[in-house]
Design a protein around this ligand. Sequence first.
Ligand SMILES: NC(=O)c1ccc[n+]([C@@H]2O[C@H](COP(=O)([O-])OP(=O)(O)OC[C@H]3O[C@@H](n4cnc5c(N)ncnc54)[C@H](OP(=O)(O)O)[C@@H]3O)[C@@H](O)[C@H]2O)c1
Length: 261
Amino acid sequence: MTEAAHIRRPFSLEGRVALVTGAGRGLGFEMARALALSGATVIINGRDEARLRGPAEAIAAEAGRHVETAAFDVADTAAASAAITDIDRRFGRLDILVNNVGMRDRRPLKDFTATEMQALLGADLIAPALLARDAAELMARHRHGRIINISSIAAAVIYGHDAVYSAAKAGLNGLTRALAVDYARAGITANAIAPGMFATETNQAMVQNPDLAAFVDLRVPVGRWGRPAEIGAAAVFLASDEASFVNGHILVVDGGQTVRM
Ligand SMILES: NC(=O)c1ccc[n+]([C@@H]2O[C@H](COP(=O)([O-])OP(=O)(O)OC[C@H]3O[C@@H](n4cnc5c(N)ncnc54)[C@H](OP(=O)(O)O)[C@@H]3O)[C@@H](O)[C@H]2O)c1
């Protein structure tokens, strides 16, 4: 689109190809949905092809465009690399990478084995770094790319017994800033989204917990859990041409939780 067309219709992702990891449900699904509704060709990832079919069809029906799937485990480095090569073969480009998969394992540090820590760091930090590395090669070819890492407010404020996840997300923020510096001259920006407490399927037991309801009421200025769909616009904005000068930013989407004293 021309610059004038963008002013008339901002945040259009028409012609862009986006890969969203862990997009079969939860925040990944909502970001994939929002990107597709904004005009992008979206590829949704998860570990099981059969579990991706329903979500892909749901987004396709709503957005009126085909939604692709790419089943692989992000922690399987060979499979993840092969998936990027396959996207290159199928689409000839990749404009937007949303590194959304995030494994959480809330336990006291003393209960973790080294292998368990490595598994969490592998999925939450090493996998996004390797996917960004491989995706950046494709993006650089068209001198255009948007890397969006899904972090967490847990990188900055600590709930307790969450050391490995908090460390992984803090590392992801550091990775985001480093990518922002290293890839900017190739036309690629890197930013992160740090969600607060969202009422996703995975969090349903917590959403039903009356103690946590009292916590949310007290600590979250808007006084409620985030609705999963409320993450979509943040991803669309960071993916858009309009965000071309936004680079190395951590966009907090938490209803004000982290600014409350
Ligand atoms: N929900 C929140 O309140 C919240 C708050 C702060 C930050 N976050 C961050 O936001 C992101 C999404 O959270 P969520 O709660 O929406 O996710 P989720 O529901 O736990 O998982 C989303 C999807 O990820 C897929 N997945 C899991 N491991 C994978 C792997 N190794 N490779 C490929 N796909 C994988 C799962 O599909 P399969 O099982 O079919 O593979 C699942 O459908 C995470 O990075 C999380 O840390 C969430």
